[in-house]
Design a protein around this ligand. Sequence first.
Ligand code: 3HC
Length: 295
Amino acid sequence: MTIKKVGIIGCGAMGSGIAQVVLQAGYKVIVQDSGQQFLDTGLKRIKTSLDKLEKKDAITSGKNQEIQNLLSGTIVLEDLSDCDLVIEAVFEEINIKQDVFSSLDSICKKETIFASNTSSLSITQMAAFTNRPSQFVGLHFFNPVPVMQLVEVVKTMSTQAEVLKTILDFAASLGKVSVVAVDTAGFLVNRLLTPFLLDAMQAAENGVASVRDIDAAMKLGCNHAMGPLMLADFIGLDVLYNASSIMFDEYKDSRYASPPILRKMVLSGNFGQKSGKGFYDWSDGRNPVPSTLNN
Ligand code: 3HC
């Protein structure tokens, strides 16, 4: 199985980050989003990120042009018919994923491999929306995709060994390190990370320490890139709430139960960095200010 052309569905932060690293590895990429405005924003994000690399002398201007020439965008799903691999990075909503994959199944050639970048939904369930479950995997990237080294490759009971090998080779060609997990809620990283983030929220909610001190403790005491509350804001509190609910449903384990503070923040529209407010005030994006929690 040879991958030459990659389709990416969804052009948000994850989709555009994935598109960038796939382009930089020399593949042809077609990005699809449902609306022209979303598509234009996503394509602009990819271009800006590549131009930044050129400014930093990480790539030459010729290379930048060469990479950008490999990129095209569309709002028409049918334009992905000749892709060898399609990576889906749309909203974490199973009905939307079902629409995408059942349509793609009739549009794409029979050899095309399907992958989902979901962080918590069932790969097995998505594979069952198609007539090619043996050619279906999870391909879970981390934000910011161009920076984070890891990709989680998720296999189901039906994933063919040859497909898994093709995807592992593909991930390596992007310069990423892969880990393989079987299809269970949260896979590997979110299964381990989520209880830690929820615990930090509970500590803040219970007044164990301030937001600033909880984050300083883990950042400076354990050498984490970000403290857990800043990381939660960075991931998106709505995303975490959704993911932890899915894991709680599957495992019935209190480690995955959302603390009330998370639920209240999400219901109040405080989603973290993307909405401007969460455990930090992100009005000045470069200098987030820790909140004094008003439970
Ligand atoms: N795109 C491309 N490059 C980016 C970037 C982006 N969105 N954001 C930062 N960078 C690059 C910068 O250009 C810089 O590159 P340089 O060293 O070559 O100049 C480098 O990353 C460092 O950036 P900054 O100096 O601006 O800032 P920091 O040193 O504070 O790093 C960070 C920012 C990389 C985001 C770092 O804080 C970090 O690694 N945080 C943890 C991120 C993390 O854990 N992500 C995983 C989340 S979990 C997930 O995604 C799974 C999901 O399912 C929930």
